[in-house]
Ligand binder design. Sequence first.
Ligand code: 3HC
Length: 293
Amino acid sequence: MAREFSSVGVVGLGTMGAGIAEVLARSGLDVVAVEVDDTGITRGRGHLEHSTARAVAKGKLTEDDRAALLGRVRCTTSLAELADVDLVIEAVPESLELKADVFTQLDKVIRPDAILASNTSSLSVTEIGVHTSRPGKVVGLHFFNPAPVLNFVEVVRTVVTEPDVVTDVVAFARRLGKEPVVTGDRAGFIANALLFGYLNHAVRMYESRYATREDLDAAMRFGCGYPMGPLALLDLIGLDTAYEILESMYRQSRNRLHAPAPLLKQMITAGLLGRKSGRGFYPYQAPDSPVVV
Ligand code: 3HC
């Protein structure tokens, strides 16, 4: 019988985790959201409040529905509160050590039949799954940023993921209003494997002063019809996240296309992380606000 997944846990409430929690709560699901400390919870709640307030301002959500949505997300710093959920979606930063540690801990607290999904963008789901006693119940469930807007997910099956787990997670993704594709466990899956070489190339063009940031972005927006240019998209993704994804793909494939452009590292060291820090390739008035140049 297909699994219902009526209560879901989210671990990590950064940009992606908070967006995923919003998607789940919008679908009427009860969400237990875990962060490492109160600061993380406050930041995650802030994401949710900001995003849902925007939906109210645009007339897409009533104040009552917003309150109900926010009420469905219970935030905690204790993984033990995930004991009764049917599915956990992990969205902590892109580090294999960190994810392996989280999966080891989750494996001990959740029900034996519960499913573990990772929102990893570029790490091996297989390597994450082997840190549990249930690798057959581990999948990748990769959302795209902004998760509440982009109606696409990659469902990543490893060589040991049980086929019914894949089928049920695909059905669940559809229930969330997402169009799922199933992919094998290779670095960057489908979309990031194609996207990040292009983004990295744009940074290299920018750092060699080949063109201005505005002209680079305009070329792809107006010349190719992309919704955003590559540098603006990197600001949306977060330069630290983008760097980790490139590093991870480069480590796995040794394809020079994915060797992170040096400028990325310099900007991260200087605290220019993109929208979330108020400045990346462009300045922003406040986190998540539009470009002000
Ligand atoms: N959270 C929630 N909703 C958001 C949002 C956010 N961060 N940003 C925009 N929205 C909503 C707006 O409220 C608006 O909703 P409405 O249509 O219901 O009124 C809608 O999205 C469109 O937004 P805007 O009118 O403000 O602006 P745009 O039309 O320029 O769209 C965009 C903004 C959706 C970000 C669009 O530019 C876009 O799709 N850009 C490309 C994003 C992309 O490529 N993402 C993939 C990144 S790679 C990735 O995520 C993989 C990972 O592993 C790193």
